[in-house]
Design a protein around this ligand. Structure first.
Ligand code: IMP
Length: 202
């Protein structure tokens, strides 16, 4: 039987990223659709970790492969970590990010740079065929700028600035962003967990 990982996503950019980072491990990496799995999952956890694990467990119940699932979002410290696990649903799922981003900048009106700290968070959960699971959290620290900039990336990227590059993550190339991103970091951490799991099985 070939070694398989099913990644609970329909997002092709995420599939590309995981295939790049895990390419040397010899796994066949499939999206849910490629694996022929179609389940409706209610993500009603209160943390990124809970949501990632809810998704991974629901899919693991339908197959005997290793299952990965992720949950991510933006935490703004000044706003008590909003939008957090509600990042996709903030102001309504169908509201454009131009509007969401303008709203968040408005809510930080008059706030100095040192209080505009924020981070993207990505939790990845893995459920292994022996029933065990692991959850890791990757982050990238930054701050909310005073105006949106850049057209790369998606979501909150135009307002999320990183000091190291002096620009927003929407101004970075996908390769530059993946090297430092919350999801890239979480995927790299989970790679170590996967290698430990493999070694424990001899
Ligand atoms: P998901 O976990 O990939 O569904 O992401 C949840 C939401 O978090 C997205 O819809 C975005 O609003 C936000 N988000 C997560 N990662 C990023 C990122 O890298 N850039 C911008 N927004 C992000």
């Amino acid at each position: 039987m070939s070694k398989k990982i099913i990644f609970a996503t329909g997002n092709q950019d995420k599939m590309r990223e995981i295939r790049e980072i895990y390419g040397d491990l010899g796994y066949e990496i499939l999206s849910m659709k490629e694996a022929g799995i179609d389940v409706d999952i209610v993500e009603d956890g209160e943390t990124f970790e809970e949501n990632a694990l809810i998704k991974a467990k629901a899919i693991a119940a339908c197959c005997d492969a290793i299952v990965f699932a992720d949950d991510s979002g933006l935490e703004i410290d000044y706003l008590n970590k909003e939008p957090g696990v509600y990042s996709a649903r903030y102001m309504g799922e169908d509201t454009s990010y131009d509007i969401k981003n303008a709203n968040l900048i408005q809510r930080l009106d008059g706030v100095a740079k040192e209080d505009r700290t924020a981070r993207f968070v990505c939790a990845i959960a893995a459920v292994f065929p022996d029933g065990s699971h692991k959850v890791v959290r990757g982050t990238i620290e930054g701050y909310i700028g005073w105006e949106p900039a850049g057209t790369n990336g998606f979501g909150y990227d135009p307002i999320f600035y990183v000091d190291e590059y002096g620009c927003s993550t929407a101004e970075l190339s996908p390769e530059e962003k993946n090297k430092i991103s919350h999801r890239g970091n979480a995927l790299r951490m989970m790679k170590e967990e996967l290698i430990t799991y493999e070694n424990s099985r001899g």
